[in-house]
Design a protein around this ligand. Structure first.
Ligand code: HEC
Length: 155
């Protein structure tokens, strides 16, 4: 017994120390970016993501129900403003709908192109143009109004 204990602590000590990847340093959001988030991005997340990434479920340890939670990320970082190409969240959203990792998952209603474009502009650090904000907003409203299919049994 004692031997087993000693042995396991030795194994722990011998385990290689994996250096933690430093997260990319994010600049604080400007007030215009915060407004874009509140007006355009959060409604998209509320409509398409929060059922699995919010107070009720935290899939992938990720919550998208507030700006703070979104920026904090889940098991992995979501995005750093100004670095769209290294954003895990964007890459999952822009995956082909047939990909196993696509978000929202295949069985859920997909994001509209204009919603994805708005998300991309936001992560790029660009102001979301009015026309795009309106189109994305209309797509979000349409998704909210769409009749929900019969509740599915999920794991
Ligand atoms: C029906 C449930 C469901 C919905 C809706 C959903 N997701 Fe997910 N999501 C999951 C599950 C389950 C995981 C964990 C497994 C995985 O990584 O595929 C996940 C993981 C993720 C991750 C990776 C988290 C990490 O840190 O590893 C991201 C990013 C993500 N989702 C983004 C989104 C976005 C953005 C939306 C909305 C546009 C969305 N999800 C909608 C179920 C969902």
């Amino acid at each position: 017994m004692r031997f087993a204990l000693l042995f396991s602590s030795a194994a722990l000590l011998a385990a290689p120390v994996v250096p933690k990847k430093k997260p990319e340093v994010a600049k604080p959001l400007t007030s215009a970016q915060k407004t874009d988030y509140a007006k355009v991005i959060q409604p998209i997340f509320d409509t398409h993501c929060v059922s699995c990434h919010g107070p009720k479920k935290e899939k992938g340890k990720l919550r998208l129900d507030t700006l703070e939670a979104t920026l904090k990320g889940g098991k992995n970082p979501t995005f750093v403003i100004g670095k769209p190409n290294s954003s895990m969240l964007l890459s999952r959203v822009f995956l082909d709908r047939t990909a196993g990792d696509v978000m929202p998952p295949k069985e859920e209603p997909p994001l509209a192109e204009r919603q994805k474009e708005a998300l991309y502009a936001f992560v790029e650090g660009q102001p979301i143009p009015d026309e795009l904000a309106k189109a994305a907003g209309a797509a979000t409203k349409a998704a909210q109004a769409a009749p929900k299919t019969a509740p599915k049994i999920k794991k």
